[in-house]
Design a protein around this ligand. Structure first.
Ligand SMILES: [Zn+2]
Length: 329
């Protein structure tokens, strides 16, 4: 439930790298430059401007502009219809009142309660601005990337988008807000350096989204347990593709189990501590990290649990296998 859908997947990623190399060598092709501007405006949440520009560009080289176009379209459509209200100095809500099935006050209470729960568990003080957007019903289309919810770091706020239909499922709504707000906290504490597997481990744990059936599959198919780099890569698979969707779903569940294991070992507040230790830590410390070729998360785990990242993955897998979960899937 994360990611603004801007990262090309697999073969697309390779094509885009080739395209970028070509553009860098021979001067940026106008379409490349155009889509870069769309992305800049998207990240500034200037949605009408981003949409105007995207519509003038067509599909983009190898149709790679389409997923960004569809994302901009969904957010811009919502912006046109929505009402924006500041409910706390750090929190603004963007909702379409005519499409709400609960009162705006009730929805606000749900969002605040879920965010407060995350803040209390991660020992976080609300502060950096957040825009919470409930997508328009019309944006809930099969072609809207990540339409089930995501968090994206924009300027001047981090934006959380959740789908319209979640308001009729209060428990899932709260889970989704806790999940996405955990990403906000981890982003700020780690200053953008928390690896995806750990970010999702924290979000899945705070969201409460571990599936027992998925764990049984890890026990039956031990080769499906990925190492840290493989797990980070797995999140970039194409979710629209059947096999890609399976890989991404398994990646979330592996992170969820890693999160549960870390929380049991280290307390839920430990995610905040790990994120803080992933952040840049002064010139000499960063120099040592670079010279050693060490990953910030590896350093954080060694400092706190006295275990390397690879050892943590091995320990968590062993704990899962030895758990002897009854087979019922
Ligand atoms: Zn997530």
């Amino acid at each position: 439930m994360e990611g603004p859908g801007l990262t090309p997947k697999g073969a697309d990623q390779r094509r885009q790298r080739a395209w970028r190399r070509h553009a860098d060598r021979y001067g940026a092709a106008s379409t490349y430059e155009g889509w870069r501007l769309v992305h800049q405006r998207y990240l500034a949440d200037q949605l009408a401007e981003a949409l105007d520009l995207a519509q003038s560009l067509g599909a983009g080289q190898a149709a790679l502009g389409l997923s960004l176009y569809r994302l901009v379209e969904a957010e811009a459509l919502t912006r046109q219809l929505a009402h924006r209200e500041s409910v706390r100095p750090w929190l603004m809500l963007e909702t379409i009142h005519e499409e709400l099935t609960v009162t705006p006050d009730e929805l606000t209470r749900w969002v605040l309660s879920a965010c407060d729960e995350v803040a209390a568990k991660l020992q976080w003080t609300h502060g950096p601005p957040v825009l919470f957007t409930l997508f328009a019903e019309a944006a809930n289309t099969p072609w809207t990337p990540d339409r089930h919810g995501f968090c994206v770091d924009k300027v001047p706020y981090t934006k959380i988008c959740l789908p319209w239909y979640l308001q009729s499922q209060p428990e899932e709504f709260a889970e989704a807000v806790r999940h996405e707000y955990t990403h906000v906290v981890m982003l700020h504490l780690g200053q953008g350096r928390v690896p995806r597997w750990l970010d999702e481990a924290a979000a899945m744990t705070l969201g409460g989204q571990l599936e027992e059936a998925a764990l049984r599959r890890f026990i039956r198919h031990r080769e499906s347990w990925l190492d840290p780099d493989e797990l980070d890569d797995a999140y970039h698979e194409d979710r629209e593709d059947r096999e890609g969707a399976r890989v991404v779903s398994a990646a979330y569940q592996q992170s969820a189990w890693l999160g549960r294991w870390l929380a049991q070992r280290y307390d839920v507040a430990g995610f905040g501590e790990l994120a803080r230790r992933c952040a840049p830590a002064g010139f000499l410390s960063e120099l040592r990290l670079r010279i050693a070729g060490q990953d910030p998360a590896d350093r954080a785990l060694r400092q706190t649990l006295r275990r390397s990242m690879t050892q943590v993955f091995g320990d968590a897998r062993d704990a899962l296998v030895n758990r002897n979960v009854p087979d019922g899937s």
